[in-house]
Unconditional design. Structure first.
Length: 237
């Protein structure tokens, strides 16, 4: 089996396990319920077809959903001791962690695709700026991909799922609220740049720049790298 086959098997198993348990379905129902409230509130409150508030609120909701989607990924394997069997199998740590991440990313992509029902419904009532919708959706998807990588890293640090969820929430909140830290000059600019809302805001304005794409993708790669290093440390000790 090639390298592609190895991580793909892990990803496919993760996807199947996620939807065999009720948590993913409960979170999807919550996602659509809250999204529906945001959608109706936006239409009735502003009486416009601008969906920016909907995507903003859905992105904020990810702060709470991402830790719940990722808390068991590595923590459960460690608690059950099944990670020892996996870590001695002919699959590299990177392939195993990547497969876990791709699996939960599939779950998140399903959430994101379902959210497209809101602009489709809006188009029945008036003109929709599909360019802004596309960039906002992409920004939200990348926002979710970044928070999931943070959650996977948190899950690699402990065997307790509750602790993993709390650690994940703390890390996500750190990047979400970096601008809450007082700072001026270079420090203030740095805090603004690493802030997830600052990055996402440009997407909701219809602006998709290479620098924002690179930053969000780098966050994903960086936290996956850290998760691999944590698992490797346990593998060789």
């Amino acid at each position: 089996m090639g390298n592609f086959g190895k991580w793909w098997v892990v990803a496919r198993r993760e996807w199947q396990v996620a939807f065999q348990a009720p948590l993913a379905w409960v979170l999807l129902a919550l996602w659509m319920f809250m999204g529906g409230r945001f959608f109706v509130g936006s239409l009735l409150g502003s009486r416009s077809t601008d969906l920016t508030p909907v995507f903003w609120n859905l992105a904020v909701l990810l702060i709470f959903i991402a830790p719940l989607l990722t808390m068991r990924l590595l923590a459960e394997e460690r608690r059950n001791g099944s990670d020892e069997l996996i870590l001695t199998a002919p699959v590299s740590t990177g392939q195993w962690v990547l497969g876990k991440y791709i699996g939960v990313l599939f779950v998140w992509t399903m959430f994101a695709v379902v959210s497209l029902l809101f602009p489709l419904a809006t188009s029945r009532f008036g003109a929709v700026q599909w360019g802004v919708v596309a960039s906002s959706w992409l920004g939200m998807w990348l926002f979710g991909a970044a928070t999931l990588s943070m959650g996977l890293f948190a899950s690699s640090l402990t065997s307790n799922q509750v602790v993993a969820a709390m650690l994940s929430f703390a890390v996500v909140l750190l990047f979400y609220g970096s601008t809450w830290v007082p700072g001026h000059g270079l420090v203030g600019q740095l805090m603004t740049y690493i802030s997830l809302p600052s990055q996402f805001n440009n997407f909701t304005l219809g602006l998709v720049s290479v620098s924002h794409l690179i930053y969000l993708v780098s966050l994903c790669v960086g936290f996956l790298f850290l998760a691999v290093r944590v698992v490797d440390l346990r593998r060789w000790t």
